[in-house]
Ligand binder design. Structure first.
Ligand SMILES: NC(=O)c1ccc[n+]([C@@H]2O[C@H](COP(=O)([O-])OP(=O)(O)OC[C@H]3O[C@@H](n4cnc5c(N)ncnc54)[C@H](O)[C@@H]3O)[C@@H](O)[C@H]2O)c1
Length: 342
C-alpha cells in the first residue's frame, strides 16, 4: 500500500532533502508538487516525476487522489496551509517549527483534530540511526540515571536580503527556534525526560537582522538533570563541531557530527560497572568504549515511511503535535526570559 502525497512549498528543504528521501520510500507515491515560485514547482515536477505542478495550494488540495501532504513552506505560511489541507481532509506532515509561536502550533493541532486528519511533525533527526541507538542505550539503563546533556547545532547565516528566516514576523525566531529546537527535541527523545524549567540567553552579536544570531538554552529536566543547548548563525560551518553529549551516573555518550541532514558522524559510549569511590587524584579510569554498530540510512525516507504507516493505520504518528509543541515551548521559554525582544 502506498500513500499518495502532495508537497506544499516544494522548492526548499523538500527539494534539497525530503523529496529525494521520499523517492526511496517504499510506501510513498508523489502525485503533485506546489510552490509559490512557478520555477520551483516545475523543476520539482520534472525532477521527481510528479503528475502535477501548481502555484496555488487550492489546486493541489482539490485532487481527490492525494491522501497526505508534506508542508515545507516558510513558517509564517504553516497555519493557513494546514487549515486548508485539514479542511480538504488531507493528512499532514508539517515541517518544524509547527507555527510561529506555541499558541499558533496549538491552534494548528486543534484544527487537525477537529477535521479528523493526522498531523505529524518533521523532526527528522529522530530517525538518525545513532540517535535511535542512543535512545536504546539510555532506556536500557546503561548510563545509570541521566544527570546532564549538551548539544551544539549551528549554521553560518549572514544577512540575506528579504530572507524570511531573518525576519521574526515570518520565522518566529532565529538560531534558537531554527536550530536549537532540534537539539532540545533530541535530548527529550533520547533521554525520555521533559523540560521542567528553562532559562538562557539570546542575542545578536554579529548580524543585524531582527532574530537571534545565537542562543543558549539552559534546562532543568523533570528528574533534575541539567541540560544546555547552544545554537548559532554566527559560527562558520567549518569551525563548528556539532556535538551531542549525554551523561549519567554510570556512563556517557558523546556524538560528533550527528546533528546533520545526512546520517553519519560518530559516537563514543562509555559504560561503567561501578562509579567507584571519590578519587582525590582525579585519575581518569581506563573505561573501554562500548562498541556500537548501526547501518546508516536516509532520515527523510524513514520519516516519510513512518508517517505513511501511521496514515495507513499500521503504526503510531512518530512525532505528534503535542510532542513537537513541548520542544517549541522549551525554545519559546528562553525567548521569554530575554524579554521576547529577539
Ligand atoms: N527538517 C529539516 O531538515 C529542515 C531543514 C531546513 C528547513 N526546515 C523547515 O522547512 C521549512 C522551510 O524551510 P526551507 O529552508 O525549505 O525554506 P526555503 O526558503 O529554502 O524554501 C521554502 C520554499 O517555500 C516556497 N514558498 C514560499 N511561500 C510559499 C507559499 N505561500 N506557498 C507555497 N510555497 C511557498 C518558496 O518559494 C521556497 O521554494 C521551515 O519550516 C524550516 O524550519 C526543515
Amino acid at each position: 500500500m502506498k500513500i499518495k502525497w502532495g508537497v506544499i512549498g516544494c522548492g526548499g528543504i523538500a527539494d534539497r532533502r525530503t523529496l529525494p528521501g521520499m523517492m526511496l520510500a517504499e510506501n510513498a507515491e508523489l502525485i503533485a508538487v506546489m510552490d509559490a515560485n512557478p520555477e520551483a514547482a516545475n523543476r520539482c515536477k520534472e525532477k521527481y516525476n510528479a503528475k502535477y505542478a501548481f502555484t496555488k495550494i487550492e489546486d493541489l488540495l482539490s485532487l481527490a487522489e492525494i491522501e497526505a501532504v508534506y508542508i515545507a513552506s516558510p513558517v509564517f505560511c504553516h497555519k493557513e496551509q494546514c487549515l486548508l489541507a485539514a479542511k480538504a481532509k488531507k493528512h499532514i506532515l508539517l515541517e518544524k517549527p509547527m507555527g510561529l509561536t506555541t499558541e499558533e502550533s496549538t491552534e494548528i493541532a486543534a484544527i487537525c483534530e477537529q477535521e479528523g486528519v493526522k498531523l505529524g511533525v518533521a523532526f527528522m533527526m529522530r530517525f538518525h540511526s545513532y540517535h535511535q541507538k542512543m535512545r536504546e542505550i539510555v532506556s536500557a539503563g546503561t548510563l545509570g540515571e541521566i544527570v546532564s546533556a549538551r548539544a551544539q547545532f549551528t549554521c553560518w547565516y549572514p544577512e540575506i536580503e528579504n530572507c524570511w528566516r531573518q525576519n521574526k514576523t515570518l520565522s518566529g525566531g532565529g538560531a534558537m527556534l531554527d536550530m536549537a529546537i532540534h537539539s532540545i527535541d533530541l535530548i527529550r527523545y533520547i533521554t525520555g525526560l521533559e523540560v521542567q524549567d528553562a532559562t538562557g540567553f539570546t542575542g545578536n552579536q554579529i548580524f543585524k537582522y531582527n532574530v537571534d544570531d545565537a542562543g543558549i538554552g539552559v534546562y532543568r529536566m523533570n528528574n533534575g538533570a541539567l541540560c544546555v543547548v547552544d545554537s548559532a548563525f554566527n559560527i562558520p560551518d567549518d569551525a563548528s563541531v556539532s556535538k551531542l553529549e549525554i551523561y549519567g551516573t554510570r556512563g556517557s555518550i558523546v556524538a560528533k557530527g550527528t546533528l546533520s541532514q545526512e546520517e553519519g558522524g560518530e559516537i563514543e559510549v562509555l559504560a561503567l560497572e561501578d562509579a567507584g569511590e571519590y578519587d582525590a587524584q582525579q585519575n581518569r579510569s581506563t573505561a573501554m568504549p562500548v562498541p556500537v554498530s548501526v547501518t546508516f540510512g536516509n532520515m527523510y525516507t524513514k520519516e516519510i515511511e513512518a508517517f505513511g504507516r501511521a496514515v495507513l493505520g499500521m503504526g503510531e504518528i512518530p512525532v505528534t503535535a503535542e510532542d513537537a509543541i513541548r520542544s517549541q515551548k522549551a525554545i519559546e521559554d528562553v525567548y521569554k526570559v530575554n524579554g521576547a525582544s529577539l
